[in-house]
Design a binder for this molecule. Structure first.
Ligand code: HEC
Ligand code: HEC
Length: 359
């Protein structure tokens, strides 16, 4: 019965093939597991933005991104990882004005916190990077940060059996490419959500604010009142730091300087964008000192005093600040309450999430 023999032969060949594609074969990995991001519940005012469709998050991809983020091997002399400048217990920002890169090189910008990037549309203080997958390649190669040519980064990763398996688990096979490096870091960074501050709990009826914190919130949300208007004093912060994200997700001149640096003009080419920098989220701001793009303020008290009495006029100063001639006129109690409120935006769970931080 030649027919049966052929069938048996085919069956044998098939089972051989199945063995060849089994878990021992480095070329084949099972489909990665969908990662369920920790998204904020309804009612906290977060915009509803989807994950980039071409890079869906997986447990294996996020884990790989985390491993890369904490790996000093992505710097020229094995001394600096992303986490060296982005500390998980500081909402992934740095404690110093200017972080040190390879060989002690100093930057000229204050390291930014990293959370809720899923809702950000441009990256860096001046917005020069349009996406996270673009952004992540810059610190690796930047001579004042990690200073590692991408080719060398790929060689190091490909020479490491553990990474080959990790890339295989995340992307189906062991090839390690620039694009996969970008995707893994993007998945990890997008997964870093923060929405469990005491302020959030109070919004959900699970905690309450002290009278001082509540007064601070009221001041934060109230418009500036001109002298003689008869209205109560307002700190007018919400225009730029409003909504669930505590940022208007754009670039503004908040009156730091009268002689303007380039800022967002580097992206738009417009003189009207000179001196404008990314409005940072005020979530976790109690953890992210020093403050502003150049780290010029050491404390939240100094920041509040800037808005109260230190606004510098210039051609691109935000219109809401322009009308505040003579300053906000906050009392000492107002300022203390405002700072107390800002501290309610701290989310201590960020540094405890096992998906986010090194074990
Ligand atoms: C030597 C310190 C240093 C290292 C290392 C470093 N960063 Fe940064 N990071 C910074 C500084 C400083 C900024 C702000 C730079 C600017 O705006 O010009 C920044 C900004 C960012 C931003 C923009 C955030 C936003 O809201 O726009 C992201 C994302 C980021 N870094 C991710 C990473 C990743 C991923 C790595 C590792 C591959 C990394 N960083 C390594 C210092 C560092
Ligand atoms: C016109 C828009 C605008 C208004 C109004 C505004 N801010 Fe800001 N805020 C910004 C921008 C833009 C930055 C970053 C500026 C820079 O670094 O160049 C910033 C930075 C900050 C920072 C530093 C955050 C960090 O991570 O470095 C704090 C804190 C802050 N603002 C609090 C407040 C408070 C409190 C108020 C109300 C009294 C307020 N802001 C009003 C736009 C605004």
């Amino acid at each position: 019965m030649p027919g049966l023999r052929i069938e048996l032969f085919l069956l044998g060949a098939l089972s051989l093939l199945m063995v060849a594609c089994g878990p021992d074969d480095p070329a084949a990995y099972p489909k990665p597991t969908t990662f369920v991001a920790d998204l904020p519940p309804q009612g906290l005012g977060f915009p509803n933005l989807p994950w980039p469709q071409d890079n869906p998050p997986t447990v294996e991809g996020v884990a790989l991104g985390k491993r890369l983020f904490f790996d000093k091997g992505l710097s020229l002399d094995y001394s600096i990882s992303c986490a060296s400048c982005h500390h998980s217990d500081r909402a992934f920002s740095d404690t110093v004005v200017y972080s040190q890169g390879v060989g002690g090189a100093l930057g000229t910008m204050n390291a930014m916190p990293l959370f809720n990037l899923l809702w950000a549309n441009r990256f860096f203080w001046d917005g020069r990077s349009p996406s996270l997958r673009d952004q992540v390649l810059q610190p690796i190669q930047d001579p004042i940060e990690m200073h590692l040519p991408l080719g060398q980064a790929l060689d190091r990763l490909s020479g490491d059996a553990g990474y080959r398996v990790a890339f295989g688990k995340a992307f189906g096979d062991e090839s390690i490419t620039v694009q996969r490096l970008q995707w893994a870091l993007e998945q990890y960074l997008l997964s870093l959500t923060s929405h469990r501050s005491r302020f959030d709990l109070s919004r959900r009826g699970l905690a309450s604010l002290t009278p001082s914190e509540q007064r601070g919130l009221d001041l934060f949300m109230r418009e500036y009142s001109a002298p003689g208007s008869g209205r109560p004093v307002g700190a007018d912060c919400f225009h730029c730091h409003g909504g669930g994200l505590f940022t208007n997700r754009t670039f503004e001149n908040n009156g730091l300087d009268s002689v303007l640096k380039t800022g967002f003009q580097v992206v738009s080419g417009l003189a009207s964008d000179r001196g404008k920098f990314k409005t940072p989220s005020l979530r976790n701001v109690g953890l992210t000192a020093p403050y502003m793009h150049d780290g010029r303020f050491a404390t939240l008290e100094e920041v509040v005093e800037h808005y109260n009495s230190g606004i510098r006029s210039s051609s691109t100063l935000n219109a809401n600040l322009r009308v505040q001639t003579g300053g906000l006129r906050l009392s000492a109690q107002d300022k203390a309450d405002l700072v107390a409120f800002l501290h309610t935006l701290t989310d201590t769970t960020l540094a405890q999430n096992p998906h986010f931080v090194a074990p």
